[in-house]
Design a protein around this ligand. Sequence first.
Ligand code: NAD
Length: 258
Amino acid sequence: MSLPQIFDLTDRVAIVTGAGSGLGVIFSEALSEAGATVVCADIQLDAAEKTAASLREVGRSAAAVGADVSDAGAARAMVDEAVRQFGRLDIIVNNAGIAAVGAPEDVDPAEWAQVIAVNLSGVFYCAQAAARAMIELGNGGSIINIASILGDGASLPVAATAYAASKGGVVNLTRDLAVHWAEHGIRVNAIGPAYFPSTMTEGIFAEPQMLQAIEERTPLGRVGRPEELRGPIVFLASDAASYVTGQTLYVDGGWTSW
Ligand code: NAD
């Protein structure tokens, strides 16, 4: 296969959760541009529909589905809907996530439970639902979990303890699922972004001192540009990464190497 061919996702079907905003839009656009049909899922159906419509407007195949990833039944229904509409499932990007900030001694139990429910349990429910379908369909697949640099270290300068715990869980969940599902030809990897502009990070980006602290802590000296996540997602989704599983690819300007 030629180099362009190994990155080609033509005829593949992908689900992206949290596709209605921020990085989920970037991931949906990149997979779509590489040729995949993209099922845009979000707890906010109207936002998912907007992303899917923008892909269809430029002649690509896309659909929207409403799903709360922290509900295992909703995760299964999301996968069933994708398979019902398009007949296969090759890729799922478990991107939906939430954050809560504040000193660890002040974290409220309900807030803790909600962050773990969406960021960790939600990733597992969607991965499990997707893997069940992939095993039944027999074509293997690529599962990509969206972790964070905060899955590899403390949440400073931002204080986000439950978030950091959830993302650390995602990193090791990725290894565990990769090893268990390798026999089915299912690869499981994660992407660990540093700071990128989105709804989730708008508070951070609006605070000049915080932004400066982050830039100074980053070896490449700046925050991420959304388009810098396009190559990594297509790489992990495609045959270009056919021998890569269980890994977290940090897209972080060197943050986790320091
Ligand atoms: P965002 O807030 O812009 O988008 C998150 C999307 O997820 C929203 O559309 C929201 O409706 C959806 N969502 C929230 N809860 C959901 C649920 N229970 N079920 C389904 N959908 C739900 O945030 P973002 O920055 O684009 O974050 C996307 C992912 O990237 C998250 O997992 C986040 O932790 C991770 N991440 C982001 C950054 C960053 O700098 N932006 C850095 C590292 C990791």
